[in-house]
Ligand binder design. Structure first.
Ligand SMILES: Cc1ncc(COP(=O)(O)O)c(C=O)c1O
Length: 389
């Protein structure tokens, strides 16, 4: 790693030590953490622990169940929840469907308020509820962000649930979730929050912001792999909800094998369905543990410095930034408007910088292990690729 100049800020952790645990850094500059964070020694070891156990024991349900419980507990620790408020899924899409299946759109509450900044899968799940009586009402995106007042125009006393992302996948814009929760609750509506682009980049406290549900997968800033996602359900709500997307792991005792009985688990595991994603839980726990041990507040402090460097450096190179440039209202993910984002991503990859293309933008998303040199290299590479185009 290049020496940081004394004039530049430095992270409040041993960045060199952490970097030595990420083999990918020896060959490229990963700036696609909003898409897939790199492998670490710890996440690889966790996957190997699963594989070794499979070879040595053959089948080990007790160890599997323990691992899933520990992964739920690690997720709970990340968001200041209790482990019994956490359910596990294979994806955010499945978690959203399970929550939607538990919502009653009758009795004068047919409205689902959805923002245009949701990752499309979330919007699709709510739209798919229309045959069940739901009616989507949209909160618009203006200039890459959402104005709080826009919620006032669409949340009313007929609203069953508000679905809002914590951070916008396209450009890292972060919403004032506490203010959205207050608006939803003032009308008797629930709040569902997708924090996939936010967890791992900053502290998130479900109690402080007052959400009813919060969901996230693991392959982005939580250093995990595809095929696993966690859902927080506020304790007071759990026993009032009966998802019709269910299965044997939603039961009070999945191992009772009572086919004619639908005994709902008293915890959020009533949202669980089939056999959990076991190997993914091993890896997810190891990734979340690193984030928890580093501390989201310390990560955020460093990412603020890196994000500001991206904004200032992008402007200095004449690049066009999508959405807000106020670091107080965004994660470090910074999006640059380009003509052909896929082609730009490929050209940057050929130069060993990994960006993440999404529609009209190329995103650069540093993480805790990223240095100022990495940011400068990524910006130089993007500018060079655009100049050639
Ligand atoms: C904010 C957000 N939500 C949801 C998803 C997709 O979730 P899944 O593929 O787990 O359903 C993504 C990206 O993959 C995302 O960025």
């Amino acid at each position: 790693m290049a020496e940081l100049s004394p004039a530049l800020p430095a992270p409040a952790f041993d960045i060199g030590g952490w970097r030595s645990q990420i083999p990918l850094l020896s060959s490229c500059v990963p700036m696609n953490n909003c898409s897939q964070a790199p492998q670490t020694h710890a996440t690889r070891a966790a996957a190997e622990r699963y594989l070794d156990n499979w070879n040595e024991v053959g089948m080990d349900w007790d160890a599997w169940m323990t691992e899933v419980s520990l992964a739920k507990a690690e997720f709970a620790r990340l968001i200041n929840a209790s482990p019994d408020e956490i359910a596990v899924f294979g994806s955010v899409s499945e978690a959203t469907s399970a929550v939607a299946s538990a919502i009653d759109f009758g009795r004068g509450r047919s409205r689902v308020v959805v923002t245009e900044a949701e990752f499309p899968t979330v919007g699709h799940v709510w739209l798919a509820q229309e045959p069940r009586g739901a009616r989507a009402a949209w909160v618009p995106v203006h200039d890459g962000e959402i104005h709080l007042e826009s919620y006032d125009n669409v949340i009313n006393d007929h609203t069953a649930i508000v679905s809002a992302c914590y951070g916008y996948y396209l450009n890292g814009f972060v919403q004032d979730v506490r203010a959205i929760a207050d608006r939803a609750h003032a009308h008797g509506a629930l709040l569902y929050v997708d924090a996939y682009q936010t967890l791992g980049t900053m502290p998130v406290d479900v109690r402080a912001v007052g959400v009813d549900f919060l969901v996230a997968g693991n392959l982005k800033f939580l250093l995990g792999i595809p095929g696993i996602a966690f859902l927080y359900v506020r304790r007071e709500l759990i026993e009032r909800l009966t998802p019709t997307v269910t299965g044997w792991f939603g039961r009070a005792n999945p191992f009772a094998f009572q086919v004619r009985e639908l005994d709902w688990s008293p915890t959020a595991s009533r949202f669980d369905a089939g056999t959990p994603p076991i190997v993914n839980a091993f890896v997810a726990r190891a990734g979340m543990r690193m984030i928890n041990d580093l501390g989201p507040a310390r990560i955020r402090a460093w990412l603020e410095a890196l994000g500001q460097r991206l904004i200032d450096g992008g402007r200095a190179r004449g690049l066009t930034i999508h959405g807000t440039t106020d670091m107080a209202r965004k994660t470090s993910t910074t999006a640059f408007v380009v003509d052909d984002s896929h082609a730009v991503e490929l050209a940057m990859r050929a130069r060993r910088v990994l960006p993440s293309a999404r529609g009209p933008v190329v995103r650069l998303a540093p993480h805790f292990y990223t240095t100022f040199d990495d940011v400068d290299t990524a910006l130089d590479t993007l500018a060079a690729v655009l100049a050639r185009a």
